[in-house]
Design a protein around this ligand. Structure first.
Ligand code: IMP
Length: 205
């Protein structure tokens, strides 16, 4: 079965491809399908919840491709920041006018948590995956989290996004220090995608 994965984020694409390895799904991505980025794509992540954004992305790309589509929306929720950056994780620094991309986001996170002691640096990643069999179908939603805390300095060079600062409670290291299989075993995305796979495999039996 062909499945369009509605992301242009290379870090997410690498992890999702790896999670589906060996399963009876042929993953395709917008870039493989010649679905070039259009101006209206910028409006897809303007919702106030991960679920709203994941469904908007899935609906948009299912309509454009005509294929069963999977989309995910994810982010980091920091307790001491009342859940920020949350749904704004990808463009948090940009929204505050202090740069753009992972390095700027991580710098802002360190700045906002300056002076906050270890015991109050709790955080979690959250991921919502939406699947649409057809463009107008009711979305299948799954959600997962993984717990950790934000370090005071980056560690490791793997992963993407906030991974060098996110110390995983399960792995006792940052996601940027972890090998990919270890991150996949405990991560928000690994857990959510595996839950969706079970639903898809059950349906196809
Ligand atoms: P979006 O779902 O495209 O809005 O982007 C999610 C953003 O959350 C990413 O750009 C990262 O900043 C952050 N994020 C989500 N999952 C991860 C992860 O597994 N590692 C590091 N950062 C992540």
């Amino acid at each position: 079965m062909k499945l369009l994965v509605a992301t242009r984020n290379d870090g997410k694409a690498r992890e999702i491809r790896d999670l589906f390895a060996g399963l009876p799904f042929e993953l395709v991505f917008p870039v493989d399908q010649f679905l070039e980025r259009l101006p209206d794509e910028a409006d897809l992540e303007r919702g106030t919840s991960f679920a709203e954004n994941a469904v908007a992305k899935a609906r948009y790309f299912a309509k454009r491709s005509g294929k069963p589509t999977l989309a995910e929306d994810s982010g980091l929720e920091v307790d001491a920041l009342d859940g920020a950056p949350g749904v704004f994780s990808a463009r948090w620094a940009q929204m505050h006018g202090v740069g753009e991309g992972d390095a700027a986001n991580n710098a802002l996170l360190l700045e906002r948590l300056a002076g906050v002691p270890d015991e109050r640096r709790g955080a979690r990643y959250r991921c919502v995956v939406a699947y649409l069999e057809t463009p107008l179908a009711k979305p299948q939603l799954v959600e997962a989290t993984c717990e950790g805390r934000v370090l005071t300095a980056p560690r490791g060079s793997g992963g993407f996004g906030y991974d060098p600062l996110f110390f995983s409670t399960d792995l006792e290291m940052t996601f940027a220090e972890a090998a990919l299989p270890a991150k996949q075993r405990v991560s928000h995305r690994g857990r959510a995608i595996r839950a969706l796979m079970e639903v898809l495999l059950r349906r196809s039996r």
